[in-house]
Design a protein around this ligand. Structure first.
Ligand SMILES: C[S@@+](CC[C@H](N)C(=O)[O-])C[C@H]1O[C@@H](n2cnc3c(N)ncnc32)[C@H](O)[C@@H]1O
Length: 174
């Protein structure tokens, strides 16, 4: 995996979704501002975070079992084992996975933790889902869009208000 881009700064003075989610999951890659938000969320948010990871796990395993071997995961979050490529490659070792997030802290961890098996491939794109064309072009380095690609937008679209055209973004991606 190559990120191939400079590392943008991490702002620890305001909460970030990826780090709040990491705090909800009991991770260590978050700061007091993120922990403060996590503590103020209703208890269901914590349960929901674990259920969302469990859903990602089940859905990826099902897709890989059906023969899907290419994945584009936007809004990846801070790596939390098992990550999507680990689940897919456990079933189809040659699976190719492109991760994408707009949070600099995810970028910092991606290179170290989202490492493919030799039979497959992983790549990471630091980009915003509101620029779907940029993501598609970057994902082309790794994915063959002439074959099926599973698109994962888990826990992401609720960050986009209607005036940012979430439906149009999903249409472009699909
Ligand atoms: C709640 S986490 C979900 C993580 C993972 N998909 C999961 O379901 O376990 C949401 C992720 O979306 C990312 N995110 C939020 N807005 C984004 C945007 N406009 N473009 C790309 N990523 C974004 C956040 O940085 C965070 O990592």
């Amino acid at each position: 995996m190559k990120t191939g881009i400079s590392q943008p700064p991490i702002d620890t003075g305001k909460p970030h979704p990826a780090r709040v989610y990491d705090a909800l999951l009991g991770g260590k890659d978050n700061y007091p501002v993120d922990q403060a938000v996590a503590e103020h969320l209703p208890a269901e948010a914590r349960t929901g975070a674990f259920q969302q990871r469990a859903f990602m796990n089940r859905a990826t395993a099902w897709l890989a079992g059906e023969g899907v071997d290419q994945f584009l995961d936007i809004g990846t979050g801070i790596p939390t084992a098992p990550n999507l490529h680990q689940i897919a490659q456990e079933i189809v070792p040659a699976s190719r996975v492109v991760y994408c997030d707009n949070d600099p802290i995810v970028l910092r961890h991606a290179e170290a933790l989202l490492v493919s098996r030799p039979e497959g491939a992983t790549d990471y794109v630091h980009a915003d889902v509101r620029e779907p064309g940029t993501i598609i072009e970057a994902a082309r380095r790794t994915l063959d869009f002439g074959r099926p690609v599973a698109l994962s937008l888990l826990g992401l679209l609720h960050f986009l208000p209607d005036d940012e055209d979430p439906y149009g973004i999903v249409r472009t991606l699909t």
